[in-house]
Design a protein around this ligand. Structure first.
Ligand SMILES: NC(=O)c1ccc[n+]([C@@H]2O[C@H](COP(=O)([O-])OP(=O)(O)OC[C@H]3O[C@@H](n4cnc5c(N)ncnc54)[C@H](OP(=O)(O)O)[C@@H]3O)[C@@H](O)[C@H]2O)c1
Length: 285
């Protein structure tokens, strides 16, 4: 299997590349802009892939609200362009396609109801992959963090919280948004397993278990050995503000029915990340 990976310098792209090695060619944004037809044609001609894994996205939520045309160009039209190349496409999407208003986790067959330009564009991108691609796989995931960081957001959530704590900035984190934050090497392995099993359609792949962003932050501070106060707060969406799902938890009845391996728990994965990234307190192994 030869894979072409877009967004290859991002969190997930880096870990997919690390896993697939010689079986993949990862393109950074500079090397391949998925919004450029010429770039896409050249990359496909160079790589002649058996599968394309699209990790590229326009996913700064605030910028998406201000620049909807760019959000749709990259998260929808460019996905259609990739799907039309006639090579099976794996497209990465998000738990934000659900409104998060109900208490139960959302399964693969539940009805999406996106609440922001980012989420609307990601859902439309799913349809573009499934409608225009032959045998496309859409993988919805949540709260990604990885060793490569996340440049467009000033580092991943863990790095941002640790930086604020070390700078003495008071930490106030929402306790009413729940999810399963997911470590990108775990997601990369789960995606490769799904590709090898020839799965198509929609799959939910996140870490196991559930936490709030507040609980996640407490766990980060605990693994880092930092004794700082983390104040729980409630979500407030002002006029024109971003409406993030309160319940961002994805269930995976379809992934389970297909016999795919569950990802480890969010807390075990966080501990592994803290160790891998050299962020854990001495003795926290
Ligand atoms: N991060 C999360 O918490 C999260 C949660 C759920 C789902 N997802 C989805 O998971 C996927 C991977 O996310 P990630 O966290 O790995 O993102 P990431 O670290 O930001 O990586 C995305 C990469 O895509 C590149 N990119 C942006 N626009 C591009 C374009 N037009 N052509 C080619 N490359 C482009 C970015 O380059 P530049 O930085 O140079 O622009 C970046 O290297 C995305 O589809 C995202 O929507 C993410």
């Amino acid at each position: 299997m030869r894979a072409l990976i877009t967004g290859g310098a991002g969190q997930l792209g880096t870990d997919l590349m690390a896993l697939l090695g010689d079986d993949a060619r990862a393109y950074t944004h500079d090397e391949l802009d998925i919004a450029s037809d010429a770039d896409v044609q050249r990359a496909f001609a160079e790589t002649r892939p058996d599968v394309v894994i699209n990790c590229a996205a326009f996913h700064n939520l605030d910028v998406c609200e201000r620049e909807p045309a760019n959000a749709f160009a990259i998260n929808v039209q460019a996905v259609q362009r990739l799907a039309l190349q006639g090579v099976p496409l794996v497209h990465v999407s998000t738990n934000y396609v659900f409104d998060g208003r109900r208490p139960e986790p959302y399964g693969e067959d539940d009805l999406p109801a996106p609440r922001s330009i980012y989420a609307i564009s990601k859902l439309a991108g799913e349809f573009a992959a499934l409608a225009y691609g032959r045998g496309a796989l859409v993988v919805r995931t949540a709260g990604l963090y990885g060793l490569s960081g996340n440049a467009s957001k000033g580092g991943n959530f863990v790095q941002r919280m640790l930086a604020r704590a070390r700078a003495g900035t008071p930490l106030s984190v929402v306790e009413d948004q729940t999810l399963a934050p997911t470590y990108t090497p775990d997601l990369a392995a789960a995606i490769v397993e799904a590709i090898q099993a020839n799965v198509t359609g929609v799959l939910h792949l996140t870490a196991s278990g559930v936490c709030s962003w507040h609980q996640f932050t407490l766990s980060i501070m605990s693994h880092a050995g930092l004794d700082v106060e983390v104040t729980p707060s409630r979500t407030v969406v002002g006029p024109g503000g971003i409406d993030r799902p309160l319940n961002g938890v994805l269930a995976r009845p379809r992934a389970d029915a297909l016999g795919l391996t569950p990802l480890r728990s969010w807390d075990s994965a966080l501990e592994a990340y803290m160790n891998d990234a050299g962020l854990a307190a001495a003795g926290d192994h």
